[in-house]
Each structure stands twice: as structure tokens, then as C-alpha cells.
Design a protein around this ligand. Structure first.
Ligand SMILES: [Zn+2]
Ligand SMILES: [Zn+2]
Length: 310
């Protein structure tokens, strides 16, 4: 289902179907676990005396090894293609292996005259199944609600863009995942003296590089900067000296100076620590504005990045 190409109703493809599939597997694991609990309690209160032969133990031992190999293979595959369903599947095989292992232990215990071990082992398996189910479900739900991109993802995007000639900075990177398909938007800082046509070429170049390098479909927002304006450097130095260690702020970008006849503005963007509320952010911005006193006649305009922009 997840591999199905995009259609009219689902233009982003069906990658997110995988999250739902994973969620269903997780729920099935939990249901199986709950059923096992019941069976286990029955066996604890009423131990069955079955005659166990050593060859049964050997057969089970072989299946355990096979299951574990399958689990490792699925896990290896899931790490290759970052698939939650495969990962859940790997867990499925592993829980099978572990429950078989417990059966073997129970059988051996039975041979030596402890039939109730079977029930306790079953209880262990059930709890393990439920735990695994919850664990996998949590991942799938995170994916469905929307997870932040990994820091490697953000770093790779940044590196690819920074390598392009003419790019002076990157910020506010946003990534949306639809299973294997990813969409992104990025702010790219370029010299303000470039023409619109040049800026467009650069933006197009960024889009191509990201598509080729990461298979990410991006939208590019261009921010004009004045790298040669000494005031930009001054503001940057001021921010680095006075605000870089503030625990509320995680980064600055995009320092610009606007000088028109009746407008004199210092603009820059900041990223704040996740979890700050609106009034804390406003307070932080006001403190910053008040601290910038070295540029009389200039207004200060601070833009705060959204929590999903990196
Ligand atoms: Zn920007
Ligand atoms: Zn275009």
C-alpha cells in the first residue's frame, strides 16, 4: 500500500499508509498479549501435565534460531529503508523467538517436574508483547502526528545548500515526511545586489540539488542580505557577544539592515528553545530590543522561527 503511486485523491503518495499499517500491527501485538495473559493465568492455576520429549525441545530451538535470523534481517532492512512497518515486523519475529524460547524453558522445566513454569513463562511473553506493541504504536503515532526531522537530515540539507555557489546562509528548514517521500521548505540567504533572475536561478539550483541529493522536494524562500554592510557585522557581533548564551535562544540568522528615506530598521530572525510560551517569547524579544542601544535612530524587528523550522 505504501508503495502505491500518488493518485488524484492522495497527491502526496501513500507513504503515510505505512504508519497506519505499523499502528495496526502494534495493536495486534497488544491484543495477542492480552489473550496470552488469560491463557497464562489458566495454566498457572491449572498446570497441564503434558509429556515432553527432548526432540520437541530441539525442534523449537531450531525455530528460535530461524526466527531470530529473520528478525535481524527485517531489522537490517528497516534500517536501510527507514520503514516502521518492517521494524514492527522485526519485533514480531523477535517476540515469536522469545516466546518459543520461554516455551522451551517451560518444557525443560516440565521434564524435570515443574509444570507451572509454562504459565509463568506465558505471562512473561504476554507482558513483553504488550510492551512491544505500545513501543511500536508510540513510534507510529509520532509519525502520524508529525515528528521533527532528525538532526542529520537538517544537517545534510544545510550542507547541500551551503555548497552551492552564491549561497550565504540557510535557515528555517522545514521537513514534512510522507513515508519515503519528503517535502521541505528552506530560507536561503543571498547577496541583495543579485537580480531577480539570478536569485531565481539560485533557488532553482537549490531545488535541483536537494531533489538529486536527498529526493526531497523543496520550496525555496530567498532572503536578501548585505554581507558588505559593516553594520550587519556589528549587529551580528553584538548578538554573539550578548545573547548567544541566553538559554532561551538557540540561534540567530538573517541579519539585515533596511535603510530607506524614512525607514531605518535592523531585522533578524531568532530560534527559541522549544516549550517557551508566547509571553515568554515576547518578553525575550523585548529584552533583546531594549539591549540593542548602539544604533540610535534604528528600529529593531525580530522574527521568531516556528518550532518546526530548523
Ligand atoms: Zn528567513
Ligand atoms: Zn521557478
Amino acid at each position: 500500500q505504501a508503495q502505491k503511486p500518488a493518485d488524484k485523491e492522495h497527491p502526496y503518495g501513500h507513504g503515510r499508509a505505512e504508519y497506519i499499517a505499523t499502528l495496526i500491527i502494534a495493536i495486534l501485538l497488544c491484543v495477542a498479549g492480552i489473550e496470552f495473559i488469560e491463557a497464562a493465568f489458566e495454566r498457572i492455576s491449572d498446570p497441564q501435565l503434558i509429556e515432553v520429549k527432548w526432540w520437541m525441545v530441539i525442534v523449537l530451538a531450531v525455530t528460535i534460531v530461524l526466527k531470530e535470523i529473520t528478525a535481524r534481517y527485517a531489522k537490517f532492512l528497516s534500517s536501510k529503508v527507514a520503514s516502521g512497518t518492517l521494524h514492527a515486523d522485526a519485533w514480531h519475529h523477535r517476540t515469536d523467538a522469545i516466546s518459543s524460547l520461554l516455551v522451551v524453558i517451560a518444557m525443560i522445566a516440565g521434564i524435570y517436574g515443574y509444570p507451572a513454569v509454562d504459565g509463568w513463562a506465558g505471562l512473561g511473553v504476554s507482558l513483553f508483547l504488550i510492551y512491544t506493541g505500545f513501543d511500536i504504536a508510540r513510534d507510529a503515532v509520532d509519525d502520524l502526528i508529525g515528528k521533527p526531522p532528525t538532526s542529520e537530515e537538517v544537517e545534510t540539507i544545510r550542507q547541500i545548500i551551503m555548497k552551492i555557489n552564491g549561497v550565504l546562509g540557510v535557515h528555517d528548514i522545514t521537513v514534512h515526511s510522507y513515508g519515503q517521500d519528503k517535502f521541505a521548505s528552506v530560507h536561503v540567504e543571498i547577496d541583495a545586489d543579485k537580480t531577480t533572475a539570478e536569485a531565481h536561478d539560485l533557488a532553482e539550483n537549490v531545488e535541483t540539488q536537494l531533489m538529486e541529493g536527498l529526493n526531497v522536494a523543496p520550496t525555496v524562500h530567498i532572503d536578501p542580505v548585505y554581507p558588505d554592510n559593516p553594520m550587519v557585522t556589528e549587529v551580528q557581533t553584538f548578538l554573539d557577544d550578548h545573547w548567544i548564551n541566553d538559554e532561551r535562544i538557540t540561534g540567530f540568522h538573517d541579519v539585515r539592515i533596511v535603510d530607506t528615506e524614512n525607514h531605518h530598521v535592523i531585522l533578524f530572525g531568532i530560534r527559541v528553545r522549544p516549550g517557551l510560551n508566547k509571553s515568554q517569547i515576547i518578553e525575550c524579544c523585548n529584552e533583546m530590543k531594549d539591549s540593542i542601544t548602539g544604533f540610535p535612530g534604528y528600529e529593531v524587528d525580530i522574527k521568531v522561527s516556528h518550532p518546526y523550522q530548523y
